[in-house]
Ligand binder design. Sequence first.
Ligand SMILES: Cc1cc2nc3c(=O)[nH]c(=O)nc-3n(C[C@H](O)[C@H](O)[C@H](O)COP(=O)(O)OP(=O)(O)OC[C@H]3O[C@@H](n4cnc5c(N)ncnc54)[C@H](O)[C@@H]3O)c2cc1C
Length: 334
Amino acid sequence: MKLTKENLSQRLDHIYDVIVVGGGAGGLSAGIYLQRYLLSSLIIDKGKARSLWMQELHNYVGLPTDTPGRNLLKQGKEDYLSLGGDFLNGYVEEIIDEGETFAIHVKIGRQNSTYQVFRAKYIIAASGIIDYLPALENMQNVFDYAGYNMHVCLICDGYEMADKKVGVFGNSEGSLQVAFSLGWFTPYITLFTQGLFDVSPEFRQKLQEHGYPLVEKPIKQFLGENHQMTGVELVDGEIVELEAGLVSMGSKYHADYLEGINLERQGGNLITDKMARTSHPRIFAIGDLKVGLNQVVIAAADGALAATQIWRDIRRATGAKRWQENIPASVTKG
Ligand SMILES: Cc1cc2nc3c(=O)[nH]c(=O)nc-3n(C[C@H](O)[C@H](O)[C@H](O)COP(=O)(O)OP(=O)(O)OC[C@H]3O[C@@H](n4cnc5c(N)ncnc54)[C@H](O)[C@@H]3O)c2cc1C
């Protein structure tokens, strides 16, 4: 059921088997598996998933490659709700480990917000990451192209950049190293520091050896139309023509709500075992938030693994259902 301010009081005394934080590809996949294992689940999602930005879904078997992320999310949510799962639009602010259960503190509504606490035995953290983008005065100019031919994921879109003139936009020398992986797909690479940092003589030398120009002036705006970026205008009016872009500026990890719980991390990512379990036995982490490949197919597979392991844990603790009428009296008495 879709929870709203009007009906959510029905669920405040309920202890869910699992609360999933995040309703992107990973969280929805987990939710579908959980419901099909006859467990009770609630997905809490603040919206604006990374998958929503994705205009075309590459590297995913069986769907047309021009499938936008929003279609995947819409269908996934419909499937989850049709299996009886609960879904709430809200922002998880904090999770407190109470021992047998977790208390999940949620802010509902951006305006006239209400604050509620839900409880679950297990948590699946599926809240993902979001990419940092070039910070221009007019951010709409960036949003016009980001996710179209201004890419953020080499694995997703390296193929789309093959043999094209590509600008790589970084925020540190380390972030610009992606140019040498991009060099597998195209040699026509121009690197942009956006005037944010200096590069070392060694890096400059390596760029010269590859023939990759380095632009160190700040960017005034991206040029193009119909969401297709065709170049960059620098602050001094100089124009650099491009056919695509690759932003490599790091990401924000959506895991603030887990700060009170001591979990093993690698950078911002959560470390998990092969079934997506974190260093806490009842917290699982899936998709972009955990260490691994940031791909839809991986997030969906992680959801399957986490839900299956939780089902195994609960099933093993509970045991199989008994067919009471068939149990001989001697066994019942004994
Ligand atoms: C432009 C672009 C193009 C891409 N192209 C491809 C591609 O072609 N093929 C491919 O396989 N992958 C692609 N990706 C990567 C893919 O989108 C991600 O790997 C995938 O979305 C990860 O799924 P997820 O469920 O882990 O996270 P997400 O899809 O980001 O979902 C996480 C959800 O959690 C929510 N959330 C975060 N914090 C909270 C909180 N505190 N409370 C409640 N909710 C919260 C977020 O708002 C979001 O809705 C692309 C990504 C981008 C940005």
